[in-house]
Design a protein around this ligand. Structure first.
Ligand code: ASP
Length: 337
């Protein structure tokens, strides 16, 4: 046998002994995704009847399930976070969009932001008065401008140029929030508190909605939207639209905060969690604990966060925080206290 023919035979024998790889389908890899939502640190009291608590839990579960299912289908964290926050903005139980708290003049001024951790692109709006879904206007700021944050009249004008739903300011009204404003103003009149002082019952003070997600492509996104704090001064802007304070995402983590905005601003709260992970080699749980338990004051509020491995954390130092956590392993939890 010539050497060439011998080589051909050897090769043929080798290929024949190989397992066939053309007919075997690749083993499907489970999608890795994770999502957390919050409906704010200003919650019902622990004495609230169970039926009323259940209403809130059901609303949280529906929004969480919607987001979880879309991630499971492979949707982007950006689309999912925006959509979930829109659902919560439309829910009058939570302090964002419909059901937003009133400022001291009886008006609603809304703040929101969104950040894509895979690109560090972000957008935010502050003090908007006629935009039904401020989170979507924040996304437009991110995608259609070279800026990050638009406020007040400029943000409204920007909304005029885009196809974004507008509503009169009183569309955001609810009786529950009006009652909270009246109580806050009465308390202020009685005690002579300055507008900056917190009311005795801090649960009335705040509320916000947020969503953080890791999608199957490994992108981390955070979105946050709020009416701010009850009886706030006209023009007051909280932490929610300030990137790094109330909302932040990068390649390590996505964070959304809720609580006394001024405290989250002072401590650049959301970014501090990323910094502890990146520079301090903290785990997500350690980084969140350092902020919530050792940096903020008791009663200030809490955060939800997800890291690049899909770890989820929700932690607060207020009486409660409306929250929900779900991931690709089947975890699905909703809680208030
Ligand atoms: N952080 C929000 C703000 O200060 C309020 C809240 O989350 O409760 O505007």
């Amino acid at each position: 046998m010539r050497p060439f023919h011998a080589a051909v035979l050897v090769l043929a024998a080798a290929f024949a002994s190989l397992p066939s790889c053309t007919t075997t389908a690749p083993t499907p890899q489970p999608l890795t995704y994770a999502i957390a939502i919050h409906g704010g640190a200003g919650t019902l009291s622990k004495n609230t009847p169970p039926e009323r608590r259940k209403e809130y839990e059901d609303a949280l579960a529906a929004a969480l399930k919607y987001g979880r299912d879309r991630l499971a289908l492979g949707d982007s964290a950006l689309d999912v976070c925006e959509s979930v926050v829109r659902i919560l903005e439309d829910d009058p139980r939570f302090n964002a969009g419909k059901g937003a708290v009133y400022n001291e003049q009886g008006q609603h001024e809304l703040d929101a932001s969104i950040m894509d951790g895979s690109t560090l692109r972000c957008g935010a709006v502050a003090g908007v008065r006629t935009v039904r879904h401020p989170v979507s206007l924040a996304r437009l700021v991110m995608e259609k401008t070279r800026h990050v944050l638009l406020a007040g009249d400029g943000a409204e004008k920007f909304a005029d140029n885009h196809n974004i739903e507008r509503v009169p300011n009183d569309w955001f009204d609810t009786d529950q929030r009006r009652k909270q404003l009246d109580e806050a103003l009465q308390e202020r009149a009685k005690k002579g508190l300055a507008a900056a002082d917190a009311p005795a019952d801090r649960r009335l003070d705040y509320g916000t909605v947020g969503c953080v997600a890791l999608d199957a492509q490994g992108r981390l996104v955070a979105a946050t939207s709020t009416g701010g704090m009850t009886a706030k001064r006209w023009g007051r802007i909280g932490d929610a639209p300030v990137i790094g304070a109330g909302n932040y995402a990068d390649r390590f983590v996505a964070v959304s905060c809720t609580g006394t905005g001024e405290q989250f601003l002072r401590h650049v709260a959301a970014k501090s969690i990323s910094a502890r992970i990146e520079h301090g080699r903290a785990t997500l749980a350690e980084a969140v604990e350092a902020l919530v338990d050792r940096t903020l004051e008791p009663g200030d509020g809490g955060v939800i966060a997800v890291d690049r491995f899909g770890n989820l954390v929700a932690r607060f130092n207020s009486e409660g925080m409306y929250r929900g956590l779900a991931d690709a392993t089947g975890r699905f939890e909703v809680a208030i206290f």
